[in-house]
Design a protein around this ligand. Structure first.
Ligand SMILES: *Cc1c(COP(=O)(O)O)cnc(C)c1O
Length: 457
């Protein structure tokens, strides 16, 4: 099909929206390693996980066999309020770059939370409500997950308690107010409201907080209160599963026009948007039906795939969560304070870690000034002000499109544009003022945090 016929935005009809999520583990011959109980060193049981997570989500977390899982009708109807998200042909960016490459992006920022996180928040809140719970607890870093979860909880009338990494709590007061507007309570982490928070504060009184630490506090808050469970916005297999609406919609939209991406690019923090975007495509790869180049993009200041080790590690600083086998920098790793965006988690989804280990996916790390340069270029020609996280993917998409300009190849590049950056204006200000710097951890620093990995047989 000729270029002219492809519209700027490819939408789907309501009837074409996914009715099931896709579970890529079903098509993986070698499955991701199981979560382990840190006490016994044995795979966690559904009963053990059920203390922390909602029952239905535990089933999804442990389900390695069903390729498709029905999306309950109530979640589908919530999705219809803001989905399908547009698949955009970046004609303006292509022109500005002068590239023969064809660039597409799937834009997930068209909802109040400003990111893809709502896709999983609404699912997790639904299952909590169905179980008759009073509320849920969680952590949030940059704030997108907390915002999405507070929206989802208010929709279902659930209480929502958010532990927000202290530095973000202070730097992003407006994110905090969006959450409070949707009825959530927001506590800066580490806090004195939990035992683990007190312990971390006693040891590191000046800490700015970290995701790993906020996770520990949120888990403790959930298990110590009747009628509460903990929910998480990334990393877990259940979250990747919910996020496959992104990839399923993208694939359906591309199939309509006979478009096949050569290359699929996404930013990777805990791996949920990337996993959600690429799963249906990787499924084809695993079944031998098609081939795609898949690239995970991470910050050079928190390089879990490109410089971490593939090993069992704690998911949180307080070491209260199960152990997961993943590419990790060690649960004590703290990204440099000059790191602006999200994508600061020390580990990576165990599904993506295993796919990467099997060579089904590549990874690149990029420095933040280069990321903001790409963000600005993109904003000026495509109109959307991208989130710093999303801009990691933009950076590599632009780099690849420029390579095509040199070689004359007409590659089709697809990337995930996960959200908008309106709450990240301090970071944009630092960039605009020429005050943004890059920080790349030394091998010694990484070796130090990697040395604290738990010993697992
Ligand atoms: C949370 C977030 C990410 C990173 O999380 P993943 O789980 O790796 O997808 C990326 N972009 C935006 C806008 C986010 O809010």
């Amino acid at each position: 099909m000729s270029n002219e016929k492809i519209p700027y935005k490819i939408y789907l009809e309501e009837s074409e929206l996914p009715k099931q999520w896709y579970n890529v583990r079903a098509d993986m011959k070698k499955k991701p390693a199981p979560l382990l109980n840190p006490g016994t060193g044995k795979p966690v049981t559904p009963e053990e996980l059920g203390v922390v997570f909602c029952d239905e989500l535990v089933k999804q977390e442990l389900n390695e066999t069903d390729a498709y899982i029905d999306i309950p009708e109530e979640i589908q109807s919530f999705y219809r309020m803001y989905r399908p998200s547009p698949l955009v042909r970046a004609y303006c960016l292509e022109k500005a770059l002068g590239t023969p490459a064809k660039i597409y992006y799937k834009f997930e920022g068209n909802n109040t939370s400003g990111s893809h996180k709502l896709n999983s928040a609404i699912a997790q809140a639904y299952y909590a409500k169905k179980q008759g719970l009073k509320g849920v607890t969680t952590e949030t870093g940059a704030g997108q997950w907390g915002t999405a979860l507070s929206m989802a909880c208010s929709y279902f009338g659930l209480d929502c308690q958010v532990y927000m990494v202290k530095v973000s709590y202070e730097q992003k007061p407006f994110r905090r107010e969006v959450m409070r507007t949707y009825g959530a309570s927001v506590t800066p982490s580490p806090s004195m409201t939990t035992e683990v928070g007190k312990k971390i504060l006693a040891e590191f009184p000046d800490t700015n907080g970290s995701l790993g630490c906020a996770i520990s506090e949120a888990v403790e808050a959930a298990v110590s209160k009747e009628g509460y469970r903990y929910v998480l916005g990334s990393v877990l297999s259940q979250v990747l599963l919910h996020q496959t609406v992104i990839g399923l919609e993208t694939k359906a939209a591309m199939d309509k026009y006979g478009i096949k991406p050569d290359m699929i690019i996404g930013c990777a923090g805990g791996g949920s948007n990337l996993g959600g975007l690429v799963s249906p495509f990787i499924g084809e790869k695993l079944r031998g039906e098609a081939d795609y180049q898949v690239i995970a993009v991470e910050p050079a200041s928190c390089p879990s795939l490109t410089r971490g080790v593939y090993a069992y590690d704690f998911c949180d600083t307080g070491k209260v969560c199960p152990l997961a086998k993943m590419y990790t920098l060690g649960s004590g790793f703290m990204p440099s304070p000059n790191h602006a965006g999200g994508l600061r988690y020390h580990g990576m989804s165990s599904i993506l870690s295993e796919l990467y280990d099997q060579g089904l996916m590549e990874a690149r790390s990029v420095e933040q000034t280069a990321v903001f340069e790409a963000a600005e270029k993109f904003a000026r020609v495509e109109g959307i002000l991208p989130a710093p996280e999303s801009s990691h993917a933009i950076r590599v998409a632009i780099d690849e499109a420029l390579k095509c300009k040199e070689t004359g190849e007409e590659k089709t590049i697809l990337f995930g544009l996960t959200g908008t950056g309106y709450f990240d204006m301090y970071a944009y200000a630092a960039y605009n003022d020429g005050k943004m710097s890059d920080y790349i951890p030394t091998d010694e620093e990484l070796a130090k945090s990697i040395a604290t990995l738990p010993k697992v047989e």
